[in-house]
Design a protein around this ligand. Sequence first.
Ligand code: V1S
Ligand code: CA
Ligand code: ZN
Length: 389
Amino acid sequence: KNKIVRPKGYTVSWHSNPAIEKHHFGNSHPMKPWRLTLAKSLIMSYGMHAAMDTFISRTATKEELEDFHTEDYLDYLKTAKVALPDDETVKDYNLGGSDCPIFDGLFNYCSMYAGASIDAARRLANGDSDIAINWSGGLHHAKKAEASGFCYVNDIVLAILQLLRRFPRVLYIDIDVHHGDGVEEAFWSTDRVLTLSIHKYDGMNFFPGTGDLDRTGPDDEANPGAHHAVNVPLYDGIDDTQYIYLFKTIVGMCKDHFRPSAIVLQCGADSLAGDRLGRFNVQVKGHGACVAYCKSLGLPLLLVGGGGYTPRNVARAWTHETSIAIDCDKDLDPVIPDHTPYKSFFHYDTLFPTLEEILVGDPRPNKNSKKRVDEIVSSIREQLRMVNF
Ligand code: V1S
Ligand code: CA
Ligand code: ZN
């Protein structure tokens, strides 16, 4: 059991930096960089690091961050001190409120998670890696000159810009429970990036309040970005069967019509059942099936993290997904190794707890009917008829 060897015929790189994990958003804040420590401990307890090229990531340079963000915003981010309640810059840059607090080492934190995604993307672009992983990245809400939803720098946009230097078209897929609005907005007017986000959508009642099915790109047909934003809005409680069906069907159609040359998959783990902020009933195996499907397409693949607010389940999912990347998921003992640090944090000593174990007496009814799932697929099929390479 757990005989981990390097995958045959391809290379996986893992980009991380323990310094990222030490940052603290504040006690009541749901984003806990420490979840990365828990995930890393589990990945290493299984010995998976031996099957990858591992890199301690560096900080992104100012020039690299300016590929997307404005100089003014970055300057403010660098010098930001805990804001007073009436500080004007809070309004300008959305920094210092409860979602995007200013904390010790903020700029270093942002530069490090961005540096890891940029390096990961460069290795894919150079052909040094076939799959590159940065679990500390995936911060999809950050805008050009604005923090949003726990995200300050958009490492995904920066990584895609690197990939576009080498590859003609990039497919961006986002399985975080929230809409990937920052990435969608950044590539709104281009036909070189097709963005696909699956998320809970309930009008303005669920953050960030965008991502309806009919938000497909610019209305102007002459704009190259028209039809290149795909949105899959879902209700509470979606289960593995429906989620995997939607994922494979829609990603399959995107691949056929758009013919991407590389894929970026944001693996936000707040779409898992039992998440502190999320509302879905997706399980570790269903979440991992999305990674496995993307891998099966045989294109350069960047895996990044994202949301995920129940650390034990985040660690389970990203460990399982690392095992899929290195092709040892079938050889893994689902019983969490005894020597795993913080083992008691996992509550159950398995990678795959049952839904009952995860939801501990708090079931979440599935509000997604078969009719609605079929409607979503038909609407996206129609949309993608307009995308052809
Ligand atoms: N849902 C949610 C949620 N919870 C919080 C929050 C709670 C406690 C705190 F101390 C601080 C913040 N904020 C939100 C959401 C933002 C969700 C971001 C998800 C990020 C990601 O997973 O997609 C990627 C990493 N913010 C809001 O709903 C905004 C408010 C409208 C309500 C909550 N208050 C605290 C701020 C304003
Ligand atoms: Ca999403
Ligand atoms: Zn999220």
